[in-house]
Design a protein around this ligand. Structure first.
Ligand SMILES: NC(=O)c1ccc[n+]([C@@H]2O[C@H](COP(=O)([O-])OP(=O)(O)OC[C@H]3O[C@@H](n4cnc5c(N)ncnc54)[C@H](OP(=O)(O)O)[C@@H]3O)[C@@H](O)[C@H]2O)c1
Length: 312
């Protein structure tokens, strides 16, 4: 423990975002607390309050959550709503009760209404109906973001801000098809097709829906930048790459990186979610942070991780 470094608690430190935050060189400037869910269950309010009062973090990054792709969200809306609300509520209220002044809460672009105009501005939260395939998760995320805002309204000494990242992928992602998001799901499908010498890979929907995916190493870079600039952030700030691609583009990019030579077949009976999801990055860009990594570079690093750690 370095006595001159601030103490920062990262919830969800074993998750994709948490691990990328810890791997980032900026983490060396802090004494980092990384309790696992076994050591500190965020669903247990008393345990959370006791931990904060003992460890006295200067800053908290709330990156824990029940997170999953479209299939998991549709199958378990109760868990996605209740667990994400309970974790956020417990963590934010315990932080206030324990005198923690600085906190970054991770929201999600699922917080935006399904018919909101793209690019999605931070002011669009709660301006329309949510996408039904992940409504429970989105309701919890919106509620925790509003709780952070209310806590700041009631106590002007608190800096509890919400970051709203676009979709993410990268090292430490989930590759199990029942929990995975789009990019790791494509990586697995393409590897399976290559193993079995399949002539095509199936795509859910027509491949035309557009999505913005950021490499998790970059989101970690943006979050650390926000830690340094916490007092300059507005209540809610998007994190994104400022560009979206079609689902088909993601399949094509993964196929190119993996060397898959087959083609694609569309399953139009499958759900695809929103038609477009691109966040407005003006606030973060004006603050001085901008994405630098190309889609191919991010996919190359993720495929390398998958081949080394998962597909052995
Ligand atoms: N992944 C994305 O595409 C994406 C996009 C936008 C925003 N976000 C947000 O970013 C944050 C992190 O996402 P992620 O992708 O890193 O998720 P993840 O890989 O699924 O990690 C979730 C983390 O939460 C922890 N956790 C779950 N239940 C817990 C509990 N009861 N007590 C304590 N910890 C608990 C898990 O710990 P255990 O492993 O020990 O259970 C794990 O470390 C979430 O708020 C998510 O909504 C993610």
């Amino acid at each position: 423990m370095n006595n001159t470094h601030p103490v920062i608690l990262i919830s969800g430190s074993s998750g994709m975002v948490g691990r990328n935050l810890i791997e980032h060189p900026e983490s060396n400037k802090y004494n980092i607390l990384t309790p696992t869910s076994k050591e500190l269950d965020l669903l247990d309010y008393s345990a959370v309050r006791c931990y904060f009062q003992n460890m006295k973090p200067d800053i908290i990054i709330h990156a824990a959550g029940r997170v999953g792709g479209i299939q998991a969200n549709m199958a378990h809306p109760v868990d996605f709503l209740v667990q994400n609300w309970d974790m956020g509520r417990n963590l934010l209220i315990a932080a206030r009760e324990s005198g923690v002044k600085n906190l970054l809460n991770l929201g999600s672009s699922c917080m935006y209404p399904r018919d909101a105009e793209n690019p999605l501005k931070e002011t669009m939260v709660l301006k329309g109906e949510l996408e039904s395939t992940n409504e429970g998760y989105a309701l919890a995320k919106v509620s925790v973001a509003r709780l952070a805002q209310y806590l700041c309204q009631e106590d002007g000494t608190l800096q509890y801000k919400t970051l709203i990242p676009c979709n993410l992928y990268g090292r430490w992602d989930k590759f199990d098809p029942s929990h995975s998001h789009l990019v790791p799901a494509i990586i697995v499908k393409v590897h399976q097709a290559m193993e079995k010498s399949d002539e095509f890979v199936e795509i859910w929907g027509d491949g035309l829906a557009r999505r913005e995916f950021m490499y998790a190493g970059e989101v970690a870079d943006a979050i650390w930048y926000c830690v340094q600039n916490l007092n300059k952030l507005p209540q809610n700030t998007n994190i994104g790459i400022g560009q979206d691609y079609s689902i088909m583009d993601y399949y094509t990019a993964v196929a190119a990186v993996c060397g898959y030579k087959g083609s694609f077949k569309y399953d139009l009976s499958r759900p695809v979610g929103m038609k477009q999801k691109l966040v407005d990055t003006k606030i973060l860009n004006d603050l001085g942070w901008r994405s630098k990594q190309s889609l191919i570079q991010g996919i190359e690093k993720t495929v390398e991780f998958y081949r080394k750690e998962i597909f052995k």
